[in-house]
Design a protein around this ligand. Sequence first.
Ligand code: COA
Length: 176
Amino acid sequence: MTKLQTAHTADLETATLDAARALLYSVFDDFAEDDWEHALGGIHALVWEGDEVIAHASVVQRRLLHCGHALRTGYIEGVGVRADRRRRGHGAAMMDALERVVRGAYDLGALGASEEGAALYAARGWTVWQGPTSTLTPTGVVRTTEDDGWVYVLPVSADLDLHGELTCDWREGDVW
Ligand SMILES: CC(C)(COP(=O)(O)OP(=O)(O)OC[C@H]1O[C@@H](n2cnc3c(N)ncnc32)[C@H](O)[C@@H]1OP(=O)(O)O)[C@@H](O)C(=O)NCCC(=O)NCCS
């Protein structure tokens, strides 16, 4: 039996957050503290199997600059399902919950995909950004060429030119 929980970071117990963080370290080879920090401060979706967290994802608010607008963006972070529990619909169940938040509260959804993640998001109707990506650093806009082709968006109310430039707000660690 599994159970899906959604809650703001502020409403999760420390032990639950620790379990989610440990899960993500086990799921990604290159997971780092910055990545965990990026997943905090918004709504988490967690899949519980008994008293174990077997899947995690979250949505946090960011600003993405596009065509002169600072779009209020629900940005998906920390999507991971325990290796022995994949292809059972847990990723999709978490995305259902987080996309509801994105559609209800933001101008668009966005995320930086891994190869495996891209298959999940594409299957759900997310669209790969086709234009150049960049980030607004403290000293100006810098292109993020390595992220071109890996940024996915879920349009909600924003007018988007998918071939235009998309610039994310600045943060430490991976900016997308
Ligand atoms: C990506 C990930 C979260 C998917 O979780 P999951 O629970 O296995 O996904 P689901 O079972 O809900 O898959 C839903 C649909 O997404 C697509 N999909 C998911 N994983 C896929 C894969 N590896 N290859 C192809 N399609 C995939 C399929 O259409 C699938 O439906 P189907 O199983 O009926 O064919 C999981 O593989 C994972 O944790 N990977 C490692 C970490 C990672 O890359 N996270 C994404 C970071 S952006």
